[in-house]
Design a protein around this ligand. Structure first.
Ligand SMILES: NC(=O)c1ccc[n+]([C@@H]2O[C@H](COP(=O)([O-])OP(=O)(O)OC[C@H]3O[C@@H](n4cnc5c(N)ncnc54)[C@H](OP(=O)(O)O)[C@@H]3O)[C@@H](O)[C@H]2O)c1
Length: 328
């Protein structure tokens, strides 16, 4: 097998232009790992944060960006029984997706759902792992509850709306334009709130308050989220696009029995991510197989146009996922 590969690396911290083509050694799968010949790689906000120098990869992860990919298993490390060379997979990666080959734990890969191709499957791992662990495992969303997701048209948002709807929740979403709001309602939100025109706190409180909020905005949304929660409500924070600091009256947390929590996926243990994958395989993959949920794809860029893909992501004009075509 070839010893080197084409990849896109972060040449220095900065804007999209610091993403450069590079030649790197093909990584070798260690014990329990698989080597994937990457067909498509998903583009996510955390990649842009890493590129800007604000999200260092964990010490044992590739320094190349890319947290998810679809492709074909090209090699397996010692002890791998789940997969064989030639299997089509989509997988959560610790990094390194912007390349012709990537390694990851065999337990972080899932089969390509039948109705989808490799292109669509590359959109799944990062957002589905994130939504499953935060909305269902951590947030405990149940049927009949009122669920609010901010950034409803984002990769995370479009996934959260569909999975919450399937769980029987009443779904509310915020987004920054009428077009984005239309997509949120098409995906299953009962009410999409254009935050430029309307106050989400008023809208949600008029319905009795949110039992669960998934937030990626932070900043002044933190006290507003607390106001929007129903008694016993839960707020799960997964990013702070508007900042991580806020002034908050914590008496509200006590008096109304609120839970404030959050998580990041990437630094979690191999075992923790494998447990998320098991939950997805059992509960969510059947929904993908049945066509009840599906990824929303915004656009595809060739690997050597990764900088353009990042510029589109950061423009926030996109709806759903952006994908890099590596070797389809
Ligand atoms: N904690 C974790 O484990 C984890 C894992 C994956 C992703 N994330 C985070 O989840 C968020 C969504 O990820 P994604 O890949 O789905 O990204 P994305 O598609 O780029 O989503 C971000 C969306 O947030 C909305 N937004 C609201 N306020 C914003 C602001 N102040 N600045 C920029 N955008 C704002 C934008 O749409 P509007 O036009 O509606 O404003 C934008 O579409 C990101 O912040 C990412 O870092 C966290």
């Amino acid at each position: 097998m070839t010893k080197t590969m084409t990849a896109v690396e972060i040449s220095e911290p900065g804007g999209p232009e610091v993403l450069r083509a590079a030649t790197r050694p093909v990584p070798e799968p260690g014990a329990g790992q698989i080597l994937i010949r990457v067909a498509y790689a998903g583009v996510n906000r955390p990649d842009a944060l890493q590129r800007a120098g604000n999200y260092a990869p964990p010490p044992d992860a590739s320094d190349l960006p890319g947290l998810e990919a679809s492709g074909v298993v090209a090699d397996v490390g010692p002890g791998v029984t789940e997969w064989a060379v030639g299997d089509e997979v989509c997988a959560l990666l610790p990094g390194g997706g912007y390349a012709e080959y990537a390694v990851t734990s065999a337990r972080h890969a899932l089969p390509v759902p039948r109705p989808l191709g490799l292109k669509e499957a590359a959109c799944l791992p990062e957002t589905y792992f994130t939504v499953w662990t935060n909305v269902f495992m951590r947030g405990g969303l149940r049927g009949g509850e009122r669920f609010l997701v901010h950034g409803g048209s984002s990769g995370i948002g479009t996934t959260a709306i569909q999975l919450a709807k399937q769980a029987g929740a009443r779904v509310f979403a915020t987004a920054g334009s009428a077009e984005k709001c239309r997509v949120c309602t098409e995906l299953g939100a009962e009410r999409a709130i254009n935050y430029r025109d309307e106050d989400f706190v008023e809208v949600v409180r008029a319905e009795g308050g949110a039992d669960l909020i998934l937030d990626m905005v932070g900043g002044d949304y933190i006290p507003r989220n607390v106001k929007a929660l129903a008694d016993d409500g839960r707020l799960v924070m997964i990013a702070f696009l508007s900042g991580a600091k806020a002034e908050l009256n914590f008496a509200q947390v006590m008096v109304r029995r609120l839970t404030l929590t959050g998580s990041t996926l990437r630094p979690q243990s191999e075992q923790a991510k494998a447990e998320i994958a098991e939950g997805l395989r059992e509960w969510v993959w059947p929904m993908l197989e049945a066509g009840q949920v599906a990824p929303v794809m915004d656009s595809i860029f060739p690997l050597d146009k990764a900088a353009e893909a990042h510029a589109r992501l950061e423009s926030s004009e996109h709806i759903g996922k952006i994908v890099l075509e590596v070797a389809p």
